[in-house]
Design a binder for this molecule. Structure first.
Ligand code: SRM
Ligand code: SF4
Length: 584
């Protein structure tokens, strides 16, 4: 690259290039015990190892007053393709949560676990314990292909098995090759001149930005395929076998308030490929993004912006050129929801599976409330199948022998594992936000449960207590709980204040629109209550809330371009409705 171009590269590009394939000065930094932090550059690199440096934001002000260093600790994210863990692995993960982290396991929106609160001096011990469970954290974060999601239950059908196999194959195939992870965290043998080991697919500077891949089996869109950079939709033949995959590209949620050049976007369905070609298509899509993605501005670097800039046709042509062949156009498919099915279900082969609702993914014991951590541990002690994490922050106890079902039901009752499950709550998700997330503008995980209780009362008053409506909240516009494809989306604007988005599709295929700007709880409830009333009165048979608010004229349908700008025209005063209040 010419020097002039190099000057324009974002800072992260220089950090990656100079890092010796993700080593930086991490090994030295870990030895410095005068601080609980690591250097700023290493803070960028450590993401590729599955970790974030964070500080407890609840303690910030007090520690600043006392002139103390921030209360630093690390968030660690595992890489678990398809979200599958064995009971033996669960027990080790539980031990780690109790010993090194904050006593909780956090199921994420991408089928894996996070630990919070791991202090620097415990990092290596934690990583060794994770390795001891035959798991790792490589590429769980950073500018790489991240954890690959798959339709939750491989035992449900042959197509689900194929989806899991493909997720695993892509995860393994696109994994960075650097030995840095093993070397730094497990004191693995140093690769002399690690510089020379090479990354045949990624190169020295990896990708311009994070890259997310999922595999779905219709009619369930539980993995929220339209929110991801790359997706595969199973197309089945009459016997239910996978005939091939529709390939989706260019989905993403993140945006920044007040910067209309950033926006959420639902993915395009680009082409159909045969099963043998899926991994090669994944690699080609990723390498076109590697080469075409914007490396000067990280806010414009995701694949969704590359596709907006070049157009889908040019992007597809380049993928086909690199693979030396053309592909068929996508085949018809239909999704009907993007949530989880709770309770017991049986697969094609009659095996039993129990999906448990985990409020906002936080697996912990609450004094006087549900004891999810201990209850799931008890299940792991007797369970002979597996656990499967869902993309909706829930847990499935999968592949249960019929004679064990009663024992598991007894544990569920004893530990209160299904204690809080109203219809709105079952369809709710919140991102982590405060106190750990450095980007949070407002509460999310700690606040949504309260708001749901209030809204469930309003829904019950309108006779809607059992209606399935999706609601998701995030503490900032980055969209970690995918709020823009929930029927009710709440996005943090500042302490106690949220933007309210409405009108997304129940199957996750359509984005919502901004309805209320910068609103406090009372304004949110006051805005939603009459809409619930209108929905109860005026909906057509089977009509979803997200569809109703559009038909009734409360919000406009998201345009054909399938992305929106946060504000169209001047901002309304804080707390006022952007949509019309009277049904058209
Ligand atoms: Fe996320 C950054 C948590 C799924 C979009 N996300 C973060 C960080 C690491 C904050 C940071 O950069 O300092 C958050 C850590 C909080 C904490 O304390 O744990 C964080 N994201 C999460 C999780 C844990 C939310 C959850 O409650 O489950 C999810 C972990 C998924 C995983 O296992 O890998 C999580 N993040 C998502 C999703 C949803 C998805 O992928 O399905 C999105 C929207 C989809 C997308 O990528 O567009 C998402 N996270 C972001 C963004 C915005 C990216 C963008 O293109 O603008 C950021 C900020 C960034 O990258 O600059 C971010
Ligand atoms: Fe943090 Fe924002 Fe993601 Fe929530 S949406 S976890 S506040 S980055």
């Amino acid at each position: 690259m010419a020097d002039q171009d190099r000057d324009q590269l974002s800072r992260n590009e220089h950090i990656k290039e100079a890092s010796g394939f993700l080593r930086g000065t991490l090994a030295e930094g870990l030895l410095k015990d005068v601080t609980g932090a690591i250097s700023e550059d290493d803070g960028q690199l450590v993401k590729f190892h599955g970790m974030y440096l964070q500080d407890d934001r609840d303690l910030r002000a007090e520690r600043t007053r006392k002139k103390l260093e921030k209360a630093y600790s690390f968030m660690i994210r595992l890489r678990i393709p398809g979200g599958v863990v064995t009971p033996q692995q669960w027990l080790i993960l539980d031990d780690i949560a109790r010993t090194y982290a904050n006593g909780s396991l956090r199921a994420t929106t991408r089928q894996t676990f996070q630990y919070h609160g791991v202090i620097k001096s415990n990092l290596k011990r934690t990583m060794r314990a994770i390795d001891g469970a035959l798991l790792d954290t490589i590429a769980a974060c950073g500018d790489v292909n991240r954890n690959v999601l798959a339709a939750t239950n491989p035992h449900q059908s042959g197509a689900h098995r194929a989806a899991y196999e493909l997720a695993k194959e892509i995860s393994d195939g696109l994994l960075p090759k650097t030995g840095a992870w093993r070397e730094i965290w497990l004191d693995g043998e140093k690769v002399v001149g690690g510089e020379d080991e090479g990354e045949p697919v990624y190169g020295r500077t990896y990708l311009p930005r994070k890259f997310k891949t999922v595999v779905a089996v219709p009619p369930s869109n539980e993995v929220d395929i339209f929110a991801h950079d790359l997706g595969f939709i199973a197309i089945l033949d009459e016997a239910g076998a996978v005939q091939g995959w529709n390939v989706t590209v260019g989905g993403g949620m993140g945006m920044t308030h007040g910067e209309p050049e950033t926006f959420p976007r639902t993915a395009d369905v680009m082409l159909f490929c045969e099963p043998d070609w899926a991994l090669r298509v994944a690699e080609a899509v990723m390498t076109v993004q590697r080469d075409w993605g914007d490396r000067t501005n990280r806010k414009a670097a995701r694949l969704k912006y590359t596709i907006e800039r070049h157009g889908l046709a040019a992007f597809r042509a380049e993928v086909e050129r690199r693979l030396g062949r053309s592909f068929a156009d996508p085949k018809p498919f239909r999704f009907d929801n993007n949530g989880d099915r709770y309770g017991w279900t049986a697969g094609e082969d009659g095996r039993q599976h129990l999906t448990l609702f985990i409020e906002n993914g936080r697996i912990q014991d609450i004094d006087g409330g549900p004891r999810l951590l201990s209850g799931l541990r008890r299940i792991a002690e007797l369970h002979a199948g597996e656990f499967r994490l869902t993309a909706n922050q829930n847990v499935m106890v999968a592949n249960v022998a019929p004679e064990r079902r009663a024992e598991i039901d007894a544990i569920v009752a004893e530990f209160g594992l299904t204690a809080r499950t109203g219809a709105l709550r079952r369809n709710a998700m919140a991102c982590v936000a405060l106190p750990t997330c450095g980007l949070a503008l407002a509460e999310s995980e700690r606040y949504l449960p309260r708001l749901v209780t209030i809204l469930e009362e309003r829904l019950a008053a309108h006779g809607l207590a059992d209606d399935e409506i999706t609601i998701r909240m995030t503490g900032c516009p980055n969209g970690c709980a995918r709020p823009y494809i929930a029927e009710i989306g709440l996005v943090g604007k500042g302490p106690g204040r949220y933007n309210l988005y409405l009108g997304a599709a129940f199957d996750g295929s359509r984005l919502s629109k901004l309805y209320l700007d910068d609103a406090e709880e009372s304004a949110i409830v006051a805005a939603l209550d009459p809409l619930f009333g209108a929905y109860a009165e005026g909906r057509r048979a089977g009509e979803r809330f997200g569809d109703f608010v559009i038909r009734a004229g409360f919000v406009a349908r998201t345009d054909a371009g399938r992305h929106f700008h946060e504000t169209v025209g001047p901002l309304k005063p804080a707390g006022t409705a952007v949509g019309t209040l009277e049904p058209a």
